[in-house]
Design a protein around this ligand. Sequence first.
Ligand SMILES: CC(C)(COP(=O)(O)OP(=O)(O)OC[C@H]1O[C@@H](n2cnc3c(N)ncnc32)[C@H](O)[C@@H]1OP(=O)(O)O)[C@@H](O)C(=O)NCCC(=O)NCCS
Length: 167
Amino acid sequence: MTEPVTCVLREMRWWDIDPVLELERDLFPDDAWSRGMFWSELAHARGPEATRKYVVAEAGERIVGYAGVASSGEQADIQTIAVTRDQWGTGLGGRLLTELLRAATAFECAEVMLECRVDNVRAQKLYERFGFEAIGFRRGYYQPGNVDALVMRLTDPSSVQGTQING
Ligand SMILES: CC(C)(COP(=O)(O)OP(=O)(O)OC[C@H]1O[C@@H](n2cnc3c(N)ncnc32)[C@H](O)[C@@H]1OP(=O)(O)O)[C@@H](O)C(=O)NCCC(=O)NCCS
């Protein structure tokens, strides 16, 4: 990790997709999202019927993190969350997650679900800090590596926002 940078969180827009894709391929080499997947998600992120919220963390002109959540009725799903390697451990993951939980609350979701690779201890620690609990596994969820997913759930996202923002 290098020094934490000062960054602002803002809504992800279509012109962010290229730099985000570059980070995506670095951070999720086995199962990176395609350009089309980001376009499709952002298409549902605006207007009164929006069911998605995507944010980027920007330091100057550089994107150093991004995250997104989808709502479906009472349930929200963390779709993605990522931070550039040089900013890991700075609390930026916590800031992004706080923003997603705020969005889940605005969508009036009672619970938030996510899947996480069983070997991704760093991410699991972050989620546990926010009160997510492991509730099961999805065998072979991540292909082609055939890695299991840990399924985690947070009930009442409105109760944790604001308290965890600085990690
Ligand atoms: C997961 C990720 C978003 C976390 O971002 P971050 O900015 O490092 O998050 P934070 O600094 O807020 O918290 C990281 C946690 O990992 C812990 N950690 C630090 N170094 C660690 C290490 N070597 N091994 C395990 N955990 C570690 C931190 O102590 C902290 O846990 P704590 O809250 O119990 O103190 C980031 O590591 C990342 O982008 N990883 C690659 C993409 C990814 O895996 N996304 C999640 C998909 S489910």
